[in-house]
Structure formats: C-alpha cells, structure tokens
Design a protein around this ligand. Structure first.
Ligand SMILES: Cc1ncc(COP(=O)(O)O)c(C=O)c1O
Length: 392
C-alpha cells in the first residue's frame, strides 16, 4: 500500500491499468470519533462492510474497540490483527463448528440468535456455558431502508416473548437487538423499533442488560440525502429516555456504512464508450456490486490528467469488465460530455460494501489498494461540523 496526497496524484504517478481502491485514514478517524463522542453507549463496527487491515486498525486507534463479526473468519481476523479488541458473533445463523471454535478457541462470549433452534445450538455447543451474553434479534419494519434485512432475520414479537424468557434463564447477560435495514433514510425507524422492545419488556417483565440498535445509519449519495446523523442519535436518545429503563441498561450500536462509506473510492478506467454507456474496468463482480441491482448511484468525478473536460455533465450508465450482461450499473452517473476511452473516473462512497464485495469472476480482480490524503467527494460529517443539530 503506497501513500499519495490525492487521487489525482495517484493516477498521474501510476496511470493504473487495473481498478485502484483508495482509503482515507482521516475520514475513518473523523467518523469513528463522531460515533464515540455522540452515540450514548458503545459503538461496534460491522466488519463485513470493509475488513481491510488498515481500515480496522484505524478504527481501533480512533476508539472503536468492539467489532460485530458475522463469521469465524472475521473473528480470526480481529483476534489476529487487533488482539486487544472484542469480537461479538452477531450473525443469527451460525454453524455448530463456528460457535464451538469461537467460544473455546477465540474467547467469544457474545452471540446473537433469533430462533429457538439457534439458542439451543449455542447452549449445546458451549456445554451449557454460564458466561454467555445472548442477544435476541427481533424483526422490525425496514420500511425506510434502501437494503431490507427484515425478511431474512429476526424473531416476531410473538416468538420473541418465549425466546427472551428461555434465554434469560441461561444467559449471564441478555441483550435485545434489531436492524432497521441498511442506509435507513428516516430516524423514526429507530424509535419505532425501540418501542417494540418496550412492548417485549412489558410482556415479559424482563429488562435487558443491553439494547443493540444495530446498523443502518446512513451515508450520503447523490440521490440519497438523509437528515444529519445527529437527528438519528437524538431520536434514539429521546425514545430511550421515555422508557424509564434501569440506569444499568447499556446501549450498543453496530454501524458499518456510516463509519467507512465515505473513506473509500474506486478509480476506474474507461475501456470503451458507446454513446451514453461507458465500459469500465470494474463492475458488479468487483467493488461496484451495490451499483448493480441495488442501484446505488455513487458520486463520480473525472480525473484530469492532461486534457480539460467539458463543464457540461451528461448522464451515463456503466458496463463492468466481465462477460455477464448483469454486470450493468444503470446510474445515472453524471460525467463530462467529452469523456472517452483511456480516461479515469473516481467513484466515491465505496468504503462500505466496496472492496469486500470483489470476486475473481472471469479473471477480473484487482488488489491495488492505496492511501490518499484528499477529502471524500461527499461527506455527512462535514455537514455535522457545520450543523448545530445535536442536543446535549
Ligand atoms: C447484524 C448486522 N449489524 C450491522 C450491520 C451493518 O449495517 P450498516 O452497514 O447498514 O450500518 C449489518 C449489515 O448487514 C448486520 O447484518
């Protein structure tokens, strides 16, 4: 990994043939510090989002010392590169082997579940351990999210009542968690979900040691312009305060996207132009998965080397490098009219669900990852600094 002052300097110096992935350490520091200072509890980082070593180490150095891991490989990675950090095993469906290894070989004590079968599995595999922190994930509406997780995960409120009672008998500590869906565009999703937890508390008389409000905190994109993050934190604080929970109740969140999205970008080269379609050298089998079917519109910027670009912007769609027809990114991506083969484009907001989505399909794979020092194309944290939205 080399270091450059800016993406432009990187491209001028290396004229890359393959896609290049850029990491901005400063942006990760800004986002982590923001969560550490403003979230009224513990912030875990969702490793799935971007598990690059530099990213993980920067998060840790900036105060994020707890990690939401979804697989044994992620747990091993955290234990290897950040031995002082604490991994939580927050996937609700785990193999028996991975639970066993996580508990006995990697010292994991925090596990999530959303069914009777998973709870039984965790207890059986750990020999009915009495030092487990068990997180029951409830199903909630994901109506304001760009990526819906509600059908795949979570116990209904009906199921959750008996699950919570069973878990309470066995757990050292008990947590209730939810996920509002990724890129959640309205803070009200968090208050609705916290109110669901309150119904569960009232029905069971069980007060959880932890309330985990999950991920879903948004980043910003050209067509997705959320309220400031502080509005989300305020909504959570306000709803929790209204519940009169015991003072010992601890809050947890586990963002991925909001911590790292703006820290990363991909530099691609145009290999061919056909009218308003650009054939570029990275695509949905590379770092641009979310630009495919999820149809995220990422911000784009031409990198000027010698020629100057027209100021008139035109909407383009992209095809990626593989032979697959679904390697298509509809956009629209706004770029200068006179763009042509050989030109370079920076595609922003790809620090989350970007490099971690790469495959080797069709033989197209790049592992060129460098650090840059310039600012992200878009930032929610810049707005936070300029807004006075936060309440004490
Ligand atoms: C359990 C869990 N926590 C946290 C996250 C991170 O979500 P986001 O990137 O939307 O913040 C995910 C994402 O899928 C998840 O499944």
């Amino acid at each position: 990994m080399a270091k450059f002052q800016s993406v432009d300097e990187l491209v001028k110096a290396t004229r890359p043939v393959n896609p290049v992935y850029c990491i901005r350490e400063e942006s990760i520091r800004t986002a982590s510090s923001w969560f550490v200072e403003n979230f009224p509890g513990t912030t875990l980082y969702a490793v799935k989002c971007n598990s690059n070593e530099k990213v993980l180490k920067t998060l840790f150095e900036s105060g994020i010392t707890n990690f939401d891991t979804a697989s044994l490989e992620e747990i091993k990675l955290i234990r290897k590169i950040l031995p002082e950090a604490k991994p939580f095993f927050m996937h609700t469906i785990k193999s028996k082997e991975s639970i066993h290894e996580a508990y006995f070989n990697y010292g994991v004590r925090d596990f999530s579940f959303d069914s009777k079968f998973e709870l039984e599995k965790i207890l059986e595999v750990t020999n009915q351990a009495n030092d487990l922190n068990l997180f029951l994930r409830i199903a909630i509406s994901n109506e304001h999210a760009e990526i819906d997780l509600s059908k795949k995960f979570g116990a209904s409120l009906g199921e959750a009542t008996s699950l919570l009672k069973s878990a309470k008998e066995k757990a050292s500590k008990i947590g209730i968690s939810f996920h509002v869906g990724s890129q959640c565009m309205h803070p009200i999703s968090y208050s609705k979900a916290i109110k669901d937890i309150n119904i569960l508390i009232k029905k069971t008389g069980i007060y959880p040691d932890f309330i985990n409000v999950g991920g879903g905190f948004p980043s910003t994109y050209p067509d997705l312009y959320p309220q400031p993050l502080s509005a989300y934190i305020n909504e959570i604080k306000k709803t929790i305060q209204s519940l009169n929970l015991p003072e010992t109740t601890q809050l947890i969140c586990e963002p991925g996207r909001a911590l790292v999205a703006e820290s990363g970008s991909t530099v691609v080269r145009v290999e061919l132009r056909k009218k308003q379609i650009l054939y570029i050298n990275d695509g949905t089998y590379g770092s641009l998965f979310d630009a495919g079917t999820p149809n995220f519109i990422f911000p784009t910027r031409m990198i000027q080397i010698e020629k100057s670009f027209s100021k008139r912007l035109t909407p383009f769609s992209f095809y990626g490098p593989t032979c697959d027809g679904i390697d298509f990114m509809k956009g629209p991506f706004l770029l200068p009219n006179n763009i042509k083969e050989g030109d370079y484009i920076e595609i922003g907001q790809l620090g989350a669900y970007g490099i971690n989505m790469r495959t080797k399909f069709n033989g197209f794979y790049s592992d060129e990852i460098h650090e840059v020092n310039d600012k992200p194309i878009m930032s929610v944290f810049e707005e936070e600094t300029n807004s006075n939205y936060l309440v004490a």
